[in-house]
Structures are given as C-alpha cells and as structure tokens.
Design a protein around this ligand. Structure first.
Ligand code: ADP
Ligand code: ZN
Length: 206
C-alpha cells in the first residue's frame, strides 16, 4: 500500500505516520526528517537547507524530488510506504505520479487557528524522530518512546510557523483538489485525540 499523508504543519502527520508504520509494517518516509538529517551532517548543503527551513520556506523541488525518488527505489519500499511531508506542491505531486503513483492520500484536516497551540508545546526526539506535546508528556525533556533527549525544533518559533502556514495555504492545500480529481483522497478529522485520528485512518486503510 502506497500512502501519502497530507496536512498542515502541526496537524499530526508525523505521529500518525509512525503509528501506521507500526501497524502495517511499512517504511515511514518523512522529508522533514531527511532534511534534518542532512542539516545534522554539517555540510554546506546542510547549512543551505537549514536557512530555508528555519525561514519556513520549501526546499527546492529538484533536490526534494530526487531525494524521495532515490528513497522509494530502496528494497524496503517494494511493499509500499507512508510518505509524510511529500508532495508539498503540485509540481512534486506530478513528479510522484510519474515515478510511484500513490494508492491513497489521507488528508488530515484541522482548522488553521488550532495549529499554533499544537506547534508551540511540541517536543521532538533527537534520536527516534517522534514528536510529543507537553499537554501529554509534561515538562520532561526525555523521550517517552526511546529515552533520549528531546528538543524544540528551530522552525517551531512563531515567525517560522506563520510563514509555514502561509506556504501551506498557497502551495500545499491545492493538492487536496488535485488528489480529489484523481479519486485518491480520504479526509480525516485531525482535531481528535491521537487514538481517535488513528481509528479513522484504520477504517480507511482496512
Ligand atoms: P511540518 O509538517 O511540521 O511543517 P516537516 O518536518 O514535515 O514539518 O517539514 C519541515 C520543513 O522541511 C518544511 O517546513 C520545509 O522547509 C522542509 N520540507 C519538508 N518536506 C518538504 C518538501 N516535500 N518540499 C520542500 N520542502 C520540504
Ligand atoms: Zn525517542
């Protein structure tokens, strides 16, 4: 099963993707995580990507598409995958149709005014890549899943979040209509508990 997760920043894509990966035994491919790994490598390219991401903008399509194309060509993706954070604009969606057309697109829907609270209060694991909200884990900086150090992402600040939401509305939201036309989209109410959202997803995926 080839699954794409669509949704605004902070809608819970990453959390749900990791649950789907566990349940259906599929690789979870997050372009955000891949870019953060490249940043962590400390190369020239990493610095360039950090500047773009911290500004709330999208990384260049040619780079992003190439990274995803190579990742999906690996053997573990033969049985399918969960794409989290790609495609993020029409150009990327068209490219994806050409090299690996997805079976189903889950649109995690939430009102944009709820998002700021979700993102401020978010803590990310430096090791396993999972993210958590302080409403659930409290003030700890230790990952509930793997025990390693939690951090706050550099792009989870109010100015970057504002820009990310603007980019989402102008570039990513049009993908909903794009995938509606291809008859691939299922809309999920993302303004529920983690379990409540996952339950809806399982109903769609079967
Ligand atoms: P979120 O969904 O919370 O905004 P992600 O971890 O998915 O966070 O992405 C973080 C940043 O990585 C994005 O704001 C963007 O700069 C970059 N990025 C991730 N995926 C893509 C993509 N498909 N195309 C271009 N840039 C991307
Ligand atoms: Zn962890």
């Amino acid at each position: 099963m080839k699954i794409v997760l669509l949704g605004a920043p902070g809608c819970g894509k990453g959390t749900q993707a990791s649950h789907i990966a566990d349940r259906y035994n599929l690789p979870h491919i997050s372009t955000g995580d891949i870019f953060r790994e490249i940043i962590g490598s400390g190369t020239e390219l990493g610095l360039e990507i950090k500047r773009i991401i911290d500004g709330g903008n999208l990384c260049p399509d040619h780079l992003t598409v190439e990274i995803v194309k190579q990742r999906l060509a690996k053997p573990d993706c033969r049985k399918g995958y969960i794409l989290d954070g790609f495609p993020r604009n029409i150009n990327q969606a068209i490219a994806l149709e050409e090299f690996s057309s997805p079976d189903v697109v889950l649109n995690l829907h939430i009102e944009l005014d709820k998002i700021e609270k979700r993102i401020t209060g978010r803590r990310n694991c430096t090791k396993c890549g999972n993210s958590f909200h302080i409403d659930f884990i409290g003030n700890t900086m230790r990952c509930p899943r793997c025990g390693n150090q939690l951090m706050i992402r550099d792009d989870d600040n109010p100015a970057s979040v504002k820009e990310r939401l603007r980019v989402y509305a102008s570039q990513t939201a049009p993908l909903i209509e794009y995938y509606e036309k291809l008859n691939k989209i299922s809309t999920i109410d993302a303004d529920k508990t983690i379990a409540g959202v996952f339950e809806q997803i399982v109903k769609v995926l079967g």
